[in-house]
Design a protein around this ligand. Sequence first.
Ligand code: ADP
Ligand code: NI
Length: 218
Amino acid sequence: MIQKGEEILINSIAKRVKDKLVNAESGHDWLHIERVWKNAILILESGIESNHLIVQLAALLHDIADSKFHHGNENIGPQTANAILNEFEVEEETKDEVVKIIENISYKGGFNENAYRSPELDIVRDADRLDAIGAIGIARAFAYGGFKNRRLYDPEHQPVTFQNKEEYKNNEGPTINHFYEKLFKLKDLMATEKGKELARERDEFMRTFVDQFYHEIQ
Ligand code: ADP
Ligand code: NI
């Protein structure tokens, strides 16, 4: 349960994050954070034993500075989150746990999986992944592809299986490939029961979309 003082802290940090991300790339902006925050609360409400304050703070700060938009610098996210937490009165233990979640949340081709596990990380990661699939996931993938000047699809460039994290990160393939390279895999990577339940419908919708996509271009 969240106490009054914690609620004030969460809302103050939410405002801080909103001010910083309001004009970010549309798939990683404040609205993404707000959806992930709501997803995380939905999963929390399904009754998982966990620290609610840590989950909500990590959801709010998980994309505060993404390496994808900072020349691949993977320290920038955890560092920025830590700096923001330092602007508020947050217990050392809570801060450490939030930063650890942010260090470990990213997909990076699935090569990071299980490097660190906690119920709080499972919840925030599922909440973030839910926002990568379904109708909103489709919109975000093409928004990101447009931002990066990628093709929608390319008959000369089929989806590939990446052998390591570097290959995944450096790939510049067309956006439709991202569905095979990441998005279709997420449903089975959900860690929480609620996450699995919510992922099912979104995954189905995404597959219908991709089937129709190929139907129209063939
Ligand atoms: P990752 O560790 O894969 O970069 P993110 O959670 O930051 O994970 O990715 C968030 C979202 O950004 C993806 O779910 C997708 O919507 C978009 N995205 C990332 N990489 C690509 C890509 N190569 N093509 C299209 N969308 C992408
Ligand atoms: Ni995210």
